[in-house]
Design a binder for this molecule. Structure first.
Ligand SMILES: *Cc1c(COP(=O)(O)O)cnc(C)c1O
Length: 371
């Protein structure tokens, strides 16, 4: 990891904000328990510190995507309940059992594999049953739910701890699919009443108590992403990304800026070059679209983002601020994650999970010394 003095950019991750977001989701979910999705290195923020902070905040249930993410988390949190979303590749049953990981069974094949493993070992191992209520991605479609409900022997050798499904449009509260998925999940739950029930991701928590069931699975909102991008964001901002200015120069018409000459200068302007590019994981699609902030002055990203550099128009910022070595917010209090993602034509999830290893990472708050 690079040093703050030598790095091109500083990524600050506010663990206090993370903990407060966990608290907000927990109070919104009321009687439901609040589990955390920390797949993909906790959405790019560093699973070690994130898991530690959430565990201290009282979280005891975690969701990861891959078996390897589960085994790594098990080393860190010996007592946590860890669910592995991507199912159980055959041949990995013993690893799941050894590390006490709970596989999400996404198909009749997964169910058969896990039941056979239980029979062979004379035990019933814990697992989740995932039913598909409208994603058409993973999980049992309704006919397969009916098939296992009508043949209880298929689950007899499995300790079903969770019956779950996943919402497709929870970030659009008015979308008709939300209600349809809720009804489909209730029907699936009536057919499979064992264990606990879980439907809501972060956005689903904010759709109201009908969607909470026994356990919610929050990810994005913990990390500051707006549960409904078209509405005010109730979550605290967890991430700040500050790039360093390498050079400032005067340019005038008819000059252009950057590769492809995509930005044409039409007036005398000051252009600052910042030591951050798509090679750092800052999306190329922010070029000519997103806004950086210097102090509290909005300084648009002009021209294409290149691998190690991007350019901003600092004409509206005072000279004293637009200087070599100054830090400019690429994501910050005045240009929060959701705005940057929208301007880049994507979602906060993608912006976060791309944050690369070149940034100097600094953690604020949390239980430990952050040096
Ligand atoms: C990633 C994931 C979540 C968390 O979703 P967020 O939108 O990040 O809150 C919950 N459930 C499943 C099945 C997931 O894949």
């Amino acid at each position: 990891m690079s040093d703050a003095a030598t790095a091109g950019a500083i990524l600050t991750i506010d663990l206090q904000a993370l903990a407060s977001n966990y608290g907000l989701i927990r109070s919104t979910a009321r009687d439901a328990e609040c589990g955390a999705s920390i797949k993909a290195d906790a959405y790019g923020l560093g699973v070690g510190r994130v898991a530690e902070t959430l565990a201290e905040a009282g979280c005891r249930i975690f969701f990861v995507a891959h078996l390897d993410e589960g085994t790594a988390l098990r080393r860190q949190l010996p007592a946590a309940e860890i669910h592995v979303l991507n199912g159980i590749p055959s041949g990995t049953e013993r690893l799941f059992a050894e590390h006490r990981l709970i596989p999400v069974l996404n198909s009749l094949g997964d169910i058969a594999v896990w039941a056979e493993f239980g029979r062979a070992n004379g035990a019933r191992f814990a697992a989740d049953v995932h039913v598909d209520t409208g994603m058409s991605r993973l999980g049992l479609p309704p006919d397969e739910v009916a098939a296992i409900a009508g043949d209880p022997g298929r689950l007899a050798d499995i300790e079903v701890v969770l019956v779950m499904s996943h919402l497709a449009c929870a970030d659009e509260p008015e979308h008709a699919l939300n209600r349809r998925q809720l009804e489909a999940f209730r029907a699936a739950r009536a057919a499979l009443p064992m264990g606990r029930a879980s439907l809501a991701n972060s956005s689903g928590v904010f759709l109201g108590p009908d969607y909470h069931f026994d356990l919610v699975r929050a990810g994005a909102a913990l990390y500051g992403i707006a549960p409904a991008p078209d509405q005010p964001n109730p979550m605290a901002q967890v991430v700040r990304l500050q790039g360093k200015i390498l050079q400032v120069r005067l340019v005038d018409s008819p000059q252009t800026v950057g590769y492809g000459a995509s930005h044409r200068v039409t007036r005398r302007a000051r252009i600052a070059t910042v030591a951050v590019g798509y090679g750092d994981g800052f999306l190329r699609s922010t070029g000519n679209s997103a806004v950086a902030v210097l102090g509290d002055v909005r300084v648009p990203i002009v021209g294409r983002v290149s691998m190690d550099l991007l350019t901003i128009d600092v004409s509206d910022a005072p000279d004293a601020m637009a200087r070599v070595g100054a830090l400019v917010d690429l994501i910050g209090p005045h240009n929060p994650l959701n705005d940057v993602a929208r301007d880049a034509g994507t979602i906060g999830y993608e912006v976060l999970t791309r944050l690369g290893p070149r940034y100097h990472r600094r953690y604020l708050g949390g239980g430990r010394n952050n040096a």
